[in-house]
Unconditional design. Structure first.
Length: 200
């Protein structure tokens, strides 16, 4: 019979490359495991950094925020993507403290890796109205059309009145994907007819 704690078993699974077991054990991590996971997030091993971030998404407190900030600019794309998604999970528990990170997540909408861009868009969508200001600013200021498209897509998923107000302003955007997301979102919210009446 194994006498390892869940944390010890998790670390052993990561070291052994047993992703299935590592994922199962990551979901059992608690606040008492955070200090070890924070240390693990600074490892030279990409796998260890990735799994540390994955587990911190489950149990991380406000102490996790500086680690997430660093991981969002990690040299490895998979770690950046994991950090983007983890930000949304930690946001659910510590919204006020995590909110300043959302602009860093938004910057990943222009990442070189498509996977990272999608993770960032999904993360911001999960943060709801808190992400609307950073997405609005990106739509207004960025010249990166891929990032702008992802931002509009995230706003469509947020689907709140605040998101709709931003999408109203890009109904005639030069980027056809942005326009499409805006029209589709407003239509799904039952607002498109009102917009068309206003524009006539």
């Amino acid at each position: 019979m194994s006498t390892m704690t869940p944390l010890e078993a998790f670390c052993a699974a990561v070291e052994a490359g047993d992703d299935g077991r590592a994922e199962t054990l990551a979901l059992t991590m608690t606040a008492t495991d955070e200090a070890t996971l924070l240390e693990m997030a600074g490892s030279s091993s990409i796998d260890e950094r990735w799994w540390a971030i994955r587990a911190l998404a489950v149990c991380g407190s406000e102490q996790t925020i500086p680690v997430l900030q660093a991981a969002l600019v990690d040299e490895d794309a998979s770690v950046r993507g994991a950090a983007a998604l983890a930000t949304a999970y930690v946001y659910r528990r510590h919204a006020e403290a995590v909110a300043p990170l959302l602009s860093s997540v938004a910057s990943l909408l222009a990442d070189d890796e498509g996977m990272v861009r999608q993770c960032a868009a999904d993360s911001l969508a999960h943060c709801g109205n808190a992400a609307v200001p950073v997405l609005e600013r990106l739509l207004r200021e960025s010249d990166h059309q891929g990032a702008r498209s992802r931002a509009a897509g995230a706003l469509r998923k947020i689907a709140t009145a605040d998101a709709a107000m931003v999408l109203y302003r890009v109904l005639n955007d030069s980027n056809h994907i942005v326009r499409t997301y805006a029209y589709e979102s407003l239509d799904e919210l039952g607002l498109l007819e009102n917009v068309l009446v206003t524009l006539q």
